[in-house]
Design a protein around this ligand. Sequence first.
Ligand SMILES: NC(=O)c1ccc[n+]([C@@H]2O[C@H](COP(=O)([O-])OP(=O)(O)OC[C@H]3O[C@@H](n4cnc5c(N)ncnc54)[C@H](OP(=O)(O)O)[C@@H]3O)[C@@H](O)[C@H]2O)c1
Length: 212
Amino acid sequence: MKIGILGAGHIGKALARLLAEAGHEVGISNSRGPDSVVEGTQTLRDLAHEIGRGVKAFSNEDAARFGELVIETIPFGKYMDMPAVQMEGKIVIDTANYYPERDGQIDLGGLSESAFIARHLPKARVVKAFNTISAAHLETLGDVGKPVGERRAIFIAGDDAEAKAVVTRLIEEIGFAAVDTGSLEDSRVQQPGTPIYGPDLTATQARAALQK
Ligand SMILES: NC(=O)c1ccc[n+]([C@@H]2O[C@H](COP(=O)([O-])OP(=O)(O)OC[C@H]3O[C@@H](n4cnc5c(N)ncnc54)[C@H](OP(=O)(O)O)[C@@H]3O)[C@@H](O)[C@H]2O)c1
C-alpha cells in the first residue's frame, strides 16, 4: 500500500526501511522539505535515496496526500504542524510520546496522548502503535520466521477496529506481533512510565502483562 511518513528521525527512518522492504510504496517528510540542508545534515532527498527501494522525499502535505495510510512520527509538541486536511479519512499511525521536558508544557485536556492527537485530526482513523519500542529494537528485533506469539510485541490502541486490523497486518509483515490495549483512551496503559513501556516482551508475555 502507499504509506506516507511524517518525520524522518529515528522511528521514521526505521519504519520507512522496514515497510519499503516489505513491498510498500513509501514517501517521507521532515520539518525542512526535500531539498533543504541545515548545517551538517543531509537533505531528505539524500536520506530517501540512502534508504532505497524507491522511497520518496516529500513535504508534509504531499506525504499525507500520498499515503493511503499515514504515520505521524514527529515530536509530540509539533502536532499543530500535521496537515490535518490531507489526513482526513486516512488511517493514521501515531507513534508519539509526550515528554514535557522535550515538548514543552501542553494541556492535554485530560485526554490520553493519542486521543489528544486524534482531536487535532478529527476525520482521521488514528491508531497508536510503535511508541513502546526503541528505534534500535525496531530496526533489529522483527522476525517474520517466528510464530506470532513469540515475536516482540508492538502495542496498539484505537477506536476503529478496521484500522487496527490494517495496522496489525503491517506489524506482522515486518516481523512483530500487534497486541491490542483497547481504545485511544485506553492507550494510557502504553504511555511513558507504564510497566509495558519499554521492556522487550513477546506477544504472549505482553498479553499476560496486560492482565495484571
Ligand atoms: N526514538 C525512539 O526510540 C522512539 C521510540 C518510540 C516512539 N518515539 C516517538 O516517536 C516520535 C518521533 O521520535 P524520533 O526519535 O524518531 O524523533 P527524532 O529522531 O527527533 O526525529 C524527528 C523527526 O521529525 C521531524 N520533524 C520535526 N518537526 C517536524 C514538523 N513540524 N514537520 C515534519 N517533520 C518534523 C524532524 O525533521 P528535521 O530532521 O527536519 O528536524 C525529524 O525528521 C516522538 O514522539 C517520539 O517520542 C521515539
